[in-house]
Design a protein around this ligand. Structure first.
Ligand code: GRF
Length: 299
């Protein structure tokens, strides 16, 4: 998780010790700190903000009242809440219904973030078309014969740096994420998978294959999982899950549709949590979401 204080916040920090990519805060009785029982729970990762993002941070921190007149409503809002609006990248290969659900939640004001770029391996997929219609730039990755405009892994990392990306949301992106990107965005890349991981995950489990395997297994429950991304398919730390019943005569399509409805709600809620800086890393490495309504509650 990144700094709880984002843009305007370093002045709040009473004392910090840096340890590799993390900053551990003692649990001070500060209104700005999350209420955590153990100080070991508070692991705040300063981002490897690219220069662009770092300069944005300074701009907001040093903003004057005159300059504030020129800020957008969103930036003004972030100054009020003290939490900087997060720059999101989304990776999509298909229709992009999860991307659209999150985008709609942003438009409704439920997610303190904005999509600044979409990455796809299919320039004409539904998600890319939706992005263009909404003024969101589209990057093609990877470079293949079919997609000669596609970027190399290093150029993708460089391009995302120029957008000042805070978090990357994989939403039905079917290619493996390059290790360069995973190293550049530790604890900052999320994926959604349509089964209750660790069941029915890993290489080969995608699309209808997942739901067919769930039905064939006789499992009575399924549901989506959102997890952080590591270098393997579907093995990163689980952040959120929802349960969906498997009905006796379900087809894979029916089960997929039921799971997808939950995906849309859950991904928008998780996007809101990461943008609000409500993800806390338990000392054993499990990420938890702090409830907005009840900050004493973690799930
Ligand atoms: C979803 O089922 C998601 O779980 C999986 O890919 C599908 C993407 O669907 N990773 P959409 O493109 O968001 O509609």
């Amino acid at each position: 998780m990144e700094s709880l204080f984002g843009v305007c916040s370093n002045s709040f920090l009473p004392s910090i010790q840096t340890h590799k990519n993390s900053v551990f805060l003692p649990s001070f009785n500060s209104p700005h700190l999350p209420r955590i029982k153990s100080q070991n729970w508070v692991s705040l990762k300063p981002h490897n903000f690219p220069p662009f993002a770092a300069s944005k941070k300074r701009e907001l921190k040093c903003i004057s009242s005159d300059e504030r007149l020129g800020t957008s409503v969103d930036e003004d809002d972030s100054l009020k809440t003290g939490v900087r609006i997060k720059n999101l990248a989304v990776f999509v290969s298909g229709g992009g219904s999860n991307f659209r659900a999150i985008h709609e939640a942003i438009v409704r004001g439920e997610v303190h973030g904005r999509f600044v770029v979409l990455v796809t391996n299919k320039h004409d997929c539904g998600g890319a078309e939706y992005a263009r219609k909404n003024g969101i730039p589209v990057i093609i990755y990877p470079n293949t014969k079919g997609e000669p405009e596609g970027l190399s892994s290093n150029n993708l990392v460089a391009a995302l740096s120029t957008y000042g990306i805070d978090f990357i949301l994989l939403a039905g992106y079917l290619k493996l994420i390059p290790s360069e990107l995973i190293r550049a965005y530790p604890k900052s890349i999320l994926n959604i998978h349509p089964s209750l991981l660790p069941a029915f995950g890993g290489k080969g489990y995608y699309g209808q294959k997942v739901h067919k395997a769930v039905i064939a297994s006789g499992a009575r429950y399924s549901g989506p999982t959102i997890h952080f991304v590591d270098e393997n398919y579907d093995t990163g730390r689980i952040l959120a899950q929802r349960i969906v019943p498997v009905i006796a005569n379900d087809t894979a399509e029916e089960l997929a549709a039921r799971v997808l409805r939950q995906e849309h709600k859950m991904y928008a809620e998780v996007a809101a949590a990461i943008c609000d800086e409500r993800v806390i890393w338990r000392e054993d490495g499990v990420p938890l979401i702090q409830s907005k309504a009840n900050p004493e509650h973690y799930s």
